[in-house]
Every structure is written in C-alpha cells, then in structure tokens.
Design a protein around this ligand. Structure first.
Ligand SMILES: [Zn+2]
Length: 352
C-alpha cells in the first residue's frame, strides 16, 4: 500500500463520510467505524443482546432487509439458482465456477422483490477453505449495506478473497470492528483472561465457544488481543527462508551451488500484539528466526504435536542483524497447527 494508494483511500473515506452525513475530523476512518458501531448499538438497545455474535449478525442483517444464505455443497448452489430470476441468473453466470475459485460471496439486489422476499440476498461461499472465512464474509456484506445504504446502485456484486481496492479495505476494517462487537465480546474476553491470569489458547477457545462460534481461530485470537490489559504477542510460525535467500532462489540470474542450497528454518510468518505490547519497543518481526532453544521450536518439532508452555528468555530472539529484540523473561505457549505451522502466545507477565 503505497502513497498513491493512501491518496485513493483518503478520497474513499471522505466520500463515504460525506455520503453518511458525518462531520469533519482528523480520524475519518475511526469516525466511520464509530458511526457503524453506534447503529449496531442502537439496534441492540431496541432488540436486546443475542446469545452469540453469530446471532447478532443474522438478526442485524435481517433488520437491513438482507438475507444471508450459506452454501456448503454444489446442491446448495443448485437450490440458490432455482430461486433467482432468469435475468439475475444471466448476470450471476456460473456460480459453481465462481465459488470454486476465489470468490467469498456474492450479493444480489432483488430489483422486484416479492412481499415476502428480502431486498438484498448475500450468498456466502462456505466450500473448502472459504468456510473458515464465512463469519467475516457475512459481516463484510452487512457493512456494505451500512456504508452504501439506499444509494446502493448494483444488481449484483462479488467479494473476492484478495481485495485491495480502497472501498473494499474500508469495508473490511469496519467489519473487523463490528464482527467482534466490543460490548458483547470484551466482557467475555476479560472473564476468561482473569480466570487463567493470562491469555492462553484454552481461554481463546472458550471465548470462541461462548460468544463467537463461527469466527475463525485466527480472527478470534487477534480480536482477543485488543482487549488484553497486558503486553501479549500472538505469532504464527512456519518453515521458511531468509528474504535474501528467497530472492536468490527466485532469480533467474543467481543460482546456488548444490552445497549451499539454503535450508528452511522455523520463522515468524505473521504476528499481532495487544495495545500495551505496542507501547513497548519489542517487535517479533515477520520472517525472523525462531531460536532453537525456544518453546515455539519445541512445540513445532514435538512428534505428538502436544501444546508446550513455559518461561524462556527474550534475549535469545535475535534479528538477522544480530541484536536481540528485548531482554527478560517471557511466558510462551505453543501449539502446532496442522503440519506446517505452530502458533504461539507470548506474554511479558512471566510469573508462572
Ligand atoms: Zn466487498
């Protein structure tokens, strides 16, 4: 996302803010998010708090005249196609091919809805790897309606997996705030955090079971971090090469002699942190090596794939230029995720 993109994003958020009749502020994106949260809060004030965030999504969508249908199989797609009008069918095209690719969802506006129909219909792709995105995709479609309201001038639109257009990025950022509606989510996170005295994978699983059963583990974990009142990092690690090695491997001009073929090492792939962690200068950089002595490394190589936890020193975590990213003790819990990844939670309150 470069300067040109930032300029376009600025234009987009100002356009949306104007459309919504919002005033001027330094933080336009924050104002739009607050506006949408207020709409949700207003709905809850009238209709009461549902049991889970999944129900909140469904009921709130219905109040916007939006019907949500999840498709898990090709038979589900056939059922959808039987319901759409011939004209819409022509626009939608090959839904099976589309959902077999990178489309997360489509939304259609029923231009001539029957009295019992909802005006908008979002069809959420839950096949294969799309399934774990379905909860977030649902909120994405809800946010489109909140931001575009009655001006919505489409009959049909898809949402693809990769979306970098400013309008789509804004929708995603608002959706991230609404999907874990803080008024419902935060009290549960605080309760489970307090019960364990720290953020653990078990605590996150319980949060998910209790309040966000359809959200992915990854999304739930990063949402939990926002409400943790201590410095905590969440890391996803897997085997990989140094950036320079990857470049060389992909370059047609440069090649390796067989004896110097680079060896993949366990590295940080992605990381998130709590607000208090952001205040500290400790950063687990993407692509940095996981120390061999680390609990994260033990958790990854354990044959039984059991969770590992304990205290280790931060000093062992070094950047490629050699310096360590911090000093002192951290408490680490590591869990294998499939064959290729290990996830870790690192806390600075190393008292256990
Ligand atoms: Zn979209």
């Amino acid at each position: 996302m470069n300067r040109h993109w930032n300029g376009l994003y600025e234009l987009e958020i100002n356009r949306v803010a104007k459309e919504l009749g919002l005033g001027r502020t330094d933080n336009v994106e924050g104002m739009i998010i607050e506006h949408c949260l207020a709409l949700l809060r207003g709905w809850v004030a009238v209709h009461g708090t549902p049991e889970t965030l999944t129900e909140l999504a469904k009921e709130f969508a219905a109040s916007l005249d939006l019907r949500i249908t999840e498709v898990h199989t090709e038979a589900d797609i056939d059922a959808v196609l039987e319901e759409v009008t011939p004209v819409q069918k022509a626009v939608i095209g090959e839904l099976k091919t589309e959902f077999g690719g990178d489309t997360d969802a489509i939304i259609v506006r029923r231009l001539d809805p029957k009295p019992w129909d909802r005006e908008y219909w979002a069809i959420i792709n839950c096949q294969e790897w799309h399934a774990y995105r379905r909860y977030f995709t649902t909120w994405h479609e809800i946010v489109h309606l909140l931001l575009e309201g009655q001006q919505l001038d489409f009959a049909f639109r898809h949402t693809r997996e990769k979306r970098s257009e400013p309008a789509e990025v804004l929708v995603d950022r608002v959706a991230a705030a609404l999907a874990f509606y803080p008024d419902m989510f935060e009290p549960v996170v605080r309760e489970e955090y307090t019960r364990e005295g720290r953020l653990t994978f078990d605590a996150i699983d319980r949060v998910r079971e209790r309040i966000a059963p359809d959200a992915s583990r990854e999304a739930t974990t990063s949402a939990c971090l926002r409400h943790i009142p201590s410095p905590v990092w969440f890391l996803q690690c897997g085997m990989g090469l140094r950036a320079s090695e990857t470049r060389r491997l992909n370059s047609p001009q440069l090649s390796f002699f067989p004896e110097e073929t680079p060896e993949a090492k366990l590295r940080v792939l992605k990381g998130w942190m709590s607000p208090l962690a952001k205040d500290l200068a400790i950063r687990f950089h993407p692509n940095m090596r996981v120390p061999e002595s680390s609990i994260v490394n033990l958790g990854f190589h354990d044959v039984w794939g059991e969770a590992k936890q304990g205290t280790e020193v931060l000093d062992a975590w070094e950047t490629s230029s050699g310096g360590s990213i911090g000093s002192g003790e951290i408490y680490v819990e590591a869990r294998r995720r499939g064959d290729a990844e290990v996830w870790a939670i690192a806390s600075l309150n190393a008292d256990g």
